[in-house]
Design a protein around this ligand. Structure first.
Ligand SMILES: [Zn+2]
Length: 128
């Protein structure tokens, strides 16, 4: 049992630098539904304070700063398969995700965030 949703706890999203974990409930809702479909989801990066974001080379307006992004993987699932699942769930309107894209250099990690895309009709998918 998590304290944010059935399977997610705030501690999973905490900034490694300061322990803060300001997380958007829309993001948690999307991750919980992905978890329901795919099995356990590992969060490798959730909330980042400005100090930590800079330390890891995050972009200046990173959605991680706003608690609206998570880098995740599902053990046993490839990056391509996870991205395909997220996209399918968005198309079927099972989840709201503004952007999702593969994390370069990783075989399985995917970035998902719940920002509102510039266009409401076209989702901002990057690299598939
Ligand atoms: Zn911090």
């Amino acid at each position: 049992m998590g304290d944010l949703s059935r399977n997610f706890s705030r501690s999973e999203f905490a900034c490694p630098h300061c322990g803060k974990a300001e997380i958007d409930s829309l993001l948690v809702a999307a991750l919980q539904r992905i978890r329901d479909r795919a099995g356990p989801v590992v969060v490798t990066s959730g909330y980042r304070c400005p100090v930590h974001n800079e330390a890891v080379g995050g972009v200046k307006n990173s959605q991680h700063l706003y608690g609206q992004a998570a880098d995740i993987y599902v053990p046993g699932m490839s990056q391509v398969a996870l991205l395909a699942l997220v996209r399918e769930m968005v198309v079927k309107e099972e989840i709201y995700v503004g952007y999702a894209y593969p994390i370069s250099g990783s075989a399985r990690a995917v970035h998902v965030d719940v920002r509102i895309p510039e266009s409401q009709t076209v989702r901002g998918w990057k690299n598939g």
